[in-house]
Ligand binder design. Structure first.
Ligand code: BES
Ligand code: MN
Ligand code: ZN
Length: 495
């Protein structure tokens, strides 16, 4: 989809659909009033009759009216003007995005940018408008023999009364780039394990390097990992016939001398649990266990599209976790790349095993900051549900920066403790540590495990087990936390 912003007068815009806001007292927005005058007050007549109450997030599609160049007008309820908030505005945008998908319009002119939303910048409104429309346009039907009828909407123009400045133009470019990153993340997440294998992820990473000359992709094979001493990572892939891959994507947006932010994404393309087999119910959802990897690819694509002036490296350890005669067994002891030994008491706690080696490996990029993103623990879903990702960091300033990005994007995160008090739960009689810490504080002890491998740099960990996909009727990838990560990087580049 194409997005742009320009100054315009709503009645004269030639478009498939013109989107206008209405408040709950029946008052049209400024741009709406302009349109209403041109249409001989047909809109205010409809409102007076009660066809549209202006209640927040309600919609009314009005067909062609004389005096207006647009083929149809979509009225969006914004609620009471005095009560409008970031949350209510986002709900209205969502309703608009859904309604736009129901029309046959090829393009739309959206006049909601000039609505005052307390504490929300022009940039914020642009970002959420574009991401909301793009999110509604996503269809996970690429593997249906007859894909559902594609949305017709191709071109969105945000219309402002005044001339939009360079900052607003840049906000459009950035939002459109993030939308492509979210799309990529969702597409990869929704792909089944028989298609989205480690080899497939590597191919997509290499393709990103082909499209963008700012990205250099490298794929390491198992033989190379063996030489590096990645005994923890390799122990997870022992039960499968699919070769494991260690993917690096180096995005250079700033001078070579600038230390990069390294994003490490868990790329388990299917997690059966291994010999510690998971129960059968909903096991299919473990195709999403590569969502951290998908978010890294989506974020790297987004920043490459917007040409962000920052150096960023993506590191993706990817393999399958399956049981077989050659698989790792509970009780096996492995040596990680860091030299620390690990007793594998549960082969289903595999994410931390591939991540610990990827985190040690990441030091080679001389990082300024390392952030790992992983569908790491069911315990995180118990703690935070499907609303917030779990955030851990060994530096509070970094946690605060990530939380600020989470708040701006409404891609929520909540900081969890990383106190040493939890470390004894990982002690083993036979190795330097064991890979599980018992039922109590399961998301925290997983983070504490990773903390043993990240002492050399500033580090944060996002447990996205509850936020990367939705279950049930609306099963599908969410694209989170691409908005959060990209916003964090945008803020970093602006510093
Ligand atoms: N990929 C899972 C975590 C997960 C489970 C994410 C359910 C989303 C929904 C991870 O590899 C795992 O199996 N973790 C175990 C750890 C346990 C054995 C200590 C878990 O959470 O049960
Ligand atoms: Mn597991
Ligand atoms: Zn897993």
């Amino acid at each position: 989809m194409e997005f742009s912003i320009k100054q315009g007068s709503p009645d004269k815009l030639r478009s498939g659909c013109c989107v206008i806001g209405v408040f709950e007292n029946g008052k049209l927005s400024e741009q709406g009033q302009q349109l209403d005058r041109a249409a001989g007050h047909r809109l205010s007549d409809l409102i007076a009759r009660g066809d549209m109450t202006g209640k927040n997030a309600t919609t009314l599609m009005v067909p062609q009216m004389e005096g207006i160049s647009a083929e149809r007008v979509l009225l969006i309820g914004l609620g009471k003007q005095a009560e409008i908030s970031a949350k209510s505005y986002l709900e209205a945008l969502k309703a608009m995005s859904r309604a736009l998908q129901q029309t046959v319009s090829k393009d739309a002119a959206v006049c909601l940018q000039d609505i005052e939303v307390p504490e929300c910048s022009e940039e914020w409104k642009i970002r959420h408008c574009i991401l909301s429309i793009s999110e509604s346009a996503y269809r996970p039907d690429q593997l249906k023999s007859k894909p559902a009828t594609p949305g017709t909407l191709k071109k969105i123009t945000l219309i402002t009364a005044g001339k939009p400045g360079v900052a607003m133009q840049r906000a459009v470019t950035q939002a459109a780039a993030i939308a492509t990153g979210v799309d990529l993340c969702r597409e990869l997440g929704d792909l089944p394990g028989n298609i989205c294998t480690p080899t497939y992820l590597a191919a997509r990473a290499l393709a990103l390097g082909k499209t963008h000359k700012t990205i250099k992709t490298t794929v390491l094979e198992e033989s190379h990992m063996r030489k590096l001493g990645m005994g923890a990572f390799l122990s997870v892939t022992k039960g499968t016939e699919q070769p494991a891959k260690l993917i690096s994507l180096e995005y250079q947006g700033a001078e070579k001398s600038q230390k990069p932010v390294v994003l490490v994404g868990k790329g388990i393309t299917f997690d059966s649990g291994g010999v510690s087999l998971k129960p059968g119910a909903e096991m299919d959802e473990m195709k999403y266990d590569m969502s951290g990897a998908a978010s890294v690819l989506g974020t790297i694509q987004a920043i490459a599209e917007m040409g962000l002036k920052l150096n960023v490296v993506g590191v993706i350890p990817s393999c399958e976790n399956l049981p077989s005669g050659s698989a790792t067994k509970p009780g096996d002891i492995v040596t990680s790349m860091s030299g620390q030994t690990i007793e594998v008491l549960n082969t289903d706690a595999e994410g931390r095993l591939i991540l610990c080696d990827a985190l040690t490996f990441s030091a080679k990029f001389k990082p300024d900051t390392v952030i790992d993103i992983a569908t790491l623990t069911g315990a995180c879903v118990i703690a935070l549900g499907n609303v917030a990702s779990g955030l851990y960091s060994n530096q509070d300033a970094l946690a605060q920066d990530l939380l600020a990005a989470a708040n701006f994007t409404h891609d929520k995160a909540w900081q969890m403790p990383l106190w040493d008090d939890y470390q004894p739960q990982l002690e083993s009689n036979f190795a330097d540590m064991q890979n599980i810490g018992g039922r109590a504080g399961g998301s925290i002890t997983a983070a504490c495990f990773l903390a043993r491998f990240t002492k050399a740099y500033r580090w944060a960990h996002l447990d996205i087990a509850g936020t990367a996909w939705k279950s049930g009727k609306d099963k599908g990838a969410t694209g989170r936390p691409v908005p959060l990560l990209t916003q964090y990087l945008i803020s970093r580049a602006a510093q």
